[in-house]
Design a protein around this ligand. Structure first.
Ligand SMILES: Cc1cc2nc3c(=O)[nH]c(=O)nc-3n(C[C@H](O)[C@H](O)[C@H](O)COP(=O)(O)O)c2cc1C
Length: 251
């Protein structure tokens, strides 16, 4: 682009940067498009290793990766989902309940691989560098592992769907997870027929993507731009309009 300063020496090449953004903007939560095609172990090892290289508070690495390939275990987990999902449907007002009941919210039985990413809050003892005053930081670390895996999977052409409609204890029981280990993400993983160009919940009219400029504050909570950040806010608006229009990140 014109009038852009030269990128710092540490920046990726244009093609590599584009690939990173492509992974981010084309990642989707996948529920209904799984194919039975087996996922090669070499590929699976790469996405698991990507997860294991996530940031973690105090380098605690509180995660474990519980792989589920057995159809019997998947069925147990699906039963736990079905119970929670029936309860969840009743919690929405009538007009939303109708849409909710038509949504497919998991691909547990269809996906060749299920993976539970957990957090062991005791992993490195009671005092953890960086977690001393904000105890939930270990949970967030395991979430970072989920996101690393999700993006790496997208780059590999592998779909991932996060299922969270469970009673936590019932999920722990279905998977033999001890009580002190927190299940962070239950993921359905596999090759897919296609990736949607936008979130399924957006397509279904559940919720729209929020305008980013309403979410960015300046200097103090809740404060909009006082006019000092016009190039930034204009760039964000323009980019969001382009993404909404084309469904892709503009090059
Ligand atoms: C913590 C978390 C839990 C989620 N749980 C579910 C779920 O139980 N079922 C489902 O269909 N999608 C679930 N999702 C996926 C979201 O609905 C999805 O990320 C969102 O609609 C945006 O779509 P996208 O991921 O395709 O961009 C979850 C996502 C996150 C981050």
């Amino acid at each position: 682009m014109e009038n852009q300063p030269a990128p710092p020496a540490q920046a990726f090449s244009d093609a590599d940067r584009a690939a990173v953004y492509q992974a981010i903007f084309s990642r989707r939560d996948v529920r209904g498009q799984f194919l039975p095609t087996p996922v090669p172990d070499a590929l699976l090892s790469r996405v698991l290793m990507a997860a294991h290289h996530a940031p973690s508070v105090g380098f605690m690495q509180p995660w474990n990766f519980l792989l589920v390939r057995s159809q019997a275990v998947k069925q147990r987990v699906h039963d736990v989902f079905a119970e929670a999902n029936a309860e969840a449907a009743l919690m929405f007002p009538d007009e939303k309940r109708e849409i909710y009941s038509q949504l497919k919210l998991q691909g547990i039985l269809e996906a060749p691989i299920n993976l539970c990413i957990t957090c062991d809050r005791t992993r490195t003892g009671p005092v953890v560098l960086g977690r001393t005053h904000m105890p939930t930081m270990d949970l967030y670390s395991s979430v970072c592992a989920v996101q690393n895996l999700w993006l790496a999977a997208r780059a590999e052409g592998l779909g991932v769907g996060w299922v969270s409609i469970f009673h936590e204890k019932a999920l722990q029981d279905a998977l033999g997870i001890p009580q002190h280990i927190v299940p962070i993400a239950y993921l359905c993983i596999g090759y897919v027929s296609h990736f949607n160009d936008r979130p399924e919940l957006e397509k279904a009219g559940w919720l729209p993507r929020l305008p980013i400029n309403e979410l960015v504050y300046f200097e103090q909570w809740g404060e909009a731009d006082a006019g000092h950040n016009l190039p930034l806010t204009a760039a964000l608006s323009e980019m969001q309009a382009a993404i909404q229009g084309q469904g892709i990140f503009p090059k």
